[in-house]
Design a protein around this ligand. Structure first.
Ligand code: 13P
Ligand code: SF4
Length: 319
C-alpha cells in the first residue's frame, strides 16, 4: 500500500512536470481512475474520452485504456503528444478486423454506408463514413436508416445485431466480438436473476443477444453507471467488465452489485470479466511513460487525416 501511495504521488508530480492530463477508461485499475479525476483529467466512456482529449488545452494526453483510445486521441489532436502506459494494450475487436480485409469487404458493397465502432485501428476508421461508440451507435444508425441508407457495420456483431433489432436498419455485419462480453451467458443470467428477482440487470451492448434480452438497461459504461445511480433499486446484476464496479460503487453507495455469470466464473473466478488489455495499465508503467516519454502513439498523418472525418462526424452528431 505504501508503494502505491508513493507511486501516485510521483505520477502527480510528473503530470505537473510534463504539463500532461490523464484520460482514463472505466475498465482500468481503480487507482488510475481516481488519479485521473483527482488531477483534473477524466474517467469516462470512449465517446467522452475522445471529447475530453480534444477539448482539453494540455499538450500531452496520457491515455489509460487500450490502443484505439490513444489512436483516436492522436487523430483528433495531431499536434499533441499522446502517451499510453503500454502500447500493446489492444482489443479483440481491433485484432479481428484487419484493414486490408475490411477494405475488400467495403469494396464488395459500394452501395453501403460504412459505420465502424471506435474499437478499430486508424486504418479501418480511414475507410469509414462514420465512427460510433456504444453510447451513440443506436442514435446514429436510426438516423442513417431514416435517411434510407443501407449500412456496413463493423466489427462487433453483437452490438450490430442489437442495433439492427432496435432500428430495423439494413446492416451487413462484420463478425467480430469482444472477448470479455462474448463470455456472458443468457441461461446462467436468467437463473441468477431468478435468485434476485428485484435486481435490475445492466448490460453493455457488446454482450450476446440472449444477455441483452434480459437487460433492464443496455448502454455504454457511462450510461450503465448513470443507471446504477438513478434507478430506484437496491441490487444490480452487471454484465460488463468488472473494472466498472469501482466507479459504480462510488456513484451509488449502499447499492449491491453482482457480476453477471460468464462461461468460466460462477462462484470461483472473480476476474473472468476483465479485459486483459485494460489490465495492462498500471501505476508503474504510467509513471514510467511519464518519466521517459516512451510509449508515444503515432498515427500516419495521411491515415489520421482520413480517419478524422468519421470521428468528427460522430462528435458533431453528438454535440
Ligand atoms: P464504452 O464506450 O461503453 O466505454 O465501451 C468501450 C469499450 O469497448 C470498452 O471495452
Ligand atoms: Fe476490446 Fe472488449 Fe477489452 Fe473493450 S473489453 S477493450 S471491447 S476486448
Amino acid at each position: 500500500a505504501g508503494e502505491r501511495v508513493a507511486l501516485k504521488a510521483r505520477i502527480r508530480d510528473l503530470l505537473v512536470r510534463e504539463k500532461a492530463v490523464l484520460v482514463a477508461h472505466y475498465y482500468v485499475d481503480g487507482d488510475l481512475q481516481d488519479l485521473a479525476e483527482e488531477t483534473g483529467g477524466c474517467v469516462a466512456d470512449s465517446l467522452e474520452m475522445a471529447r475530453f482529449g480534444r477539448d482539453h488545452p494540455a499538450q500531452t494526453l496520457v491515455v489509460a485504456g487500450v490502443r484505439f483510445m490513444g489512436e483516436t486521441a492522436k487523430i483528433l489532436n495531431p499536434e499533441k503528444r499522446v502517451l499510453m502506459p503500454d502500447l500493446d494494450a489492444t482489443c479483440s475487436l481491433d485484432l479481428g478486423c484487419p484493414a486490408d480485409e475490411f477494405a475488400a469487404f467495403c469494396d464488395a458493397h459500394p452501395d453501403r454506408t460504412v459505420v465502424v465502432y471506435a474499437n478499430t485501428s486508424a486504418a479501418v476508421k480511414a475507410r469509414a463514413d462514420w465512427m460510433v461508440t456504444s453510447s451513440i451507435g443506436l442514435d446514429i444508425a436510426r438516423e442513417l436508416h431514416a435517411r434510407g441508407e443501407k449500412l456496413i457495420w463493423a466489427p462487433d456483431r453483437h452490438l450490430g445485431s442489437y442495433i439492427q433489432r432496435e432500428t430495423g436498419a439494413d446492416m451487413l455485419l462484420w463478425q467480430g466480438s469482444c472477448l470479455v462480453h462474448d463470455e456472458f451467458k443468457g441461461i446462467e443470467l436468467e437463473l441468477l436473476r431468478a435468485e434476485h428477482p428485484d435486481a435490475k440487470v445492466l448490460v453493455h451492448p457488446e454482450s450476446p443477444a440472449a444477455v441483452v434480452a434480459l437487460a433492464d438497461v443496455v448502454g455504454s459504461t457511462t450510461q450503465l453507471i448513470r443507471a446504477a445511480r438513478e434507478l430506484d433499486a437496491k441490487e444490480f446484476i452487471v454484465a460488463t467488465d468488472l473494472g466498472i464496479l469501482h466507479k459504480m460503487r462510488a456513484a451509488a453507495p449502499g447499492k449491491i452489485f453482482i457480476d453477471a455469470p460468464t462461461a468460466g466464473n460462477s462462484a470461483s473466478c472473480k476476474s473472468c470479466a476483465h479485459c486483459p488489455w485494460m489490465a495492462m495499465n498500471a501505476l508503474s508503467n504510467l509513471a514510467e511513460t511519464l518519466e521517459t516519454g516512451s510509449n508515444e502513439i503515432h498515427v500516419d498523418p495521411q491515415i489520421g487525416q482520413r480517419a478524422r472525418v468519421p470521428i468528427d462526424r460522430m462528435l458533431d452528431f453528438a454535440a
